[in-house]
Design a protein around this ligand. Structure first.
Ligand SMILES: NC(=O)c1ccc[n+]([C@@H]2O[C@H](COP(=O)([O-])OP(=O)(O)OC[C@H]3O[C@@H](n4cnc5c(N)ncnc54)[C@H](OP(=O)(O)O)[C@@H]3O)[C@@H](O)[C@H]2O)c1
Length: 318
């Protein structure tokens, strides 16, 4: 079958098309892939900078959408079902394999590209906001990197949870995307965003996939009892905090690492999947696909993310 392979860790150009053996499984779901997502971790993985470091060569691709070729008994899935799935690796290929509990029937309102954009970012957003951040109806959140994959998912899930949102973005185009995904207010990362957020009365929760030097101002933007949920570090630097700041204003800094926590917990995955399905039913969750590429242009897709030009989710279509 056709697939993409990484055989050296030199960045996006190392992701090359290759003919590889088709995977098969009796215990997992075998999926004929129609769309494979490209994410920030794929860029890191192409340079050997991600926490998961597979042996070379490997087929990248953590999440896909497609149709079921075969599924194990008891999975509730049958050949021909449209699904979205977390493959972790091997997704950028004509055929991929995923555990049954991380393979979700794809809602009829979503196309395959939107399905490929669903699992990692929306499960992370729900996990980070509802479960780790204890977001309540009527609260206001601040979302950094709001036009990115995690950011756009977070804006929509926040609406689904009854919260309002302030998006932090770096350009006019990203402002448009954040508004399309439901942001109530949009501020610029290179502008006086802290003063603007304070003028709104502050926020109850910050969701931060960016890190770096805006971390301190994020804490300053919180109301008393506020929570800052750490999701990632696209800005490069991992911030540090003097904990007296937390004591003085009764703040919390909370880690939200979805994958390692949720992957071994099928019940939690089903619970989050059901909550997201209800938000799709309500018309609130609609993954925004910012760019689509054919499989053999994957390097361009990874570069779009690496160069901070991506909006929403970047998807390879087969
Ligand atoms: N904790 C978890 O469970 C979990 C799950 C999924 C992903 N993640 C992590 O979440 C982070 C975001 O992933 P994503 O898929 O949303 O990425 P993305 O689509 O590329 O979006 C990231 C956003 O970060 C902002 N940014 C600020 N400084 C940047 C820089 N120097 N380079 C690139 N972007 C920069 C950009 O927004 P502006 O240009 O508007 O600033 C960009 O839109 C990644 O670190 C990823 O590994 C964590």
């Amino acid at each position: 079958m056709r697939a993409l392979q990484i055989s050296e860790l030199s960045g996006p150009d190392a992701v090359q098309a290759a003919d590889v053996a088709e995977p098969a499984s009796d215990t997992d779901v075998v999926i004929e892939v129609r769309a494979a997502a490209v994410s920030f971790p794929d860029v890191l993985q192409s340079r050997g900078l991600y926490q998961y470091k597979p042996d070379l060569p490997f087929v990248p691709g953590a999440e896909v959408a497609g149709t079921v070729r075969s599924a194990p008994d008891g999975s509730g899935l049958a050949p021909g079902d449209r699904v979205a799935a977390l493959t972790l690796l091997g997704g950028m290929a004509e055929v991929a394999v995923a555990p049954a509990h991380l393979t979700f029937k794809l809602h009829e309102a979503l196309d395959f590209a939107q399905g490929a954009a669903l699992v990692m970012n929306y499960h992370t957003a729900y996990f980070a906001l509802a479960l780790r951040g204890r977001l309540r109806e009527g609260e206001r959140i601040l979302v950094h990197g709001a036009a990115g994959g995690v950011g756009t998912a977070t804006l929509q899930v926040a609406t689904g949870l009854g919260a309002t949102s302030v998006a932090v973005v770096s350009s006019d185009e990203k402002e448009r995307v954040a508004r399309e995904c439901g942001a109530d207010e949009v501020v610029r990362s290179d502008g006086p965003w802290l003063e603007q957020v304070k003028a709104l009365g502050g926020v109850d929760l910050v969701l931060d996939p960016v890190g770096g030097d805006r971390f301190l101002d994020s804490l300053r933007s919180l109301k008393e009892d506020g929570r800052l949920v750490v999701v990632g570090f696209t800005g490069g630097a991992i911030p540090e905090v003097k904990v007296n700041r937390l004591l003085l204003r009764n703040l919390e800094v909370i880690g939200a690492g979805w994958g390692a926590y949720a992957i071994p917990k099928p019940e939690l995955d089903r619970e989050i999947g059901a909550a997201l399905d209800a938000m799709i039913d309500a018309g609130v969750v609609r993954p925004l696909v910012g760019a689509r590429f054919p499989l053999d242009q994957a390097a361009d897709a990874l570069r779009l993310i690496e160069e901070r030009r991506a909006t929403g989710k970047v998807v390879l279509e087969l």
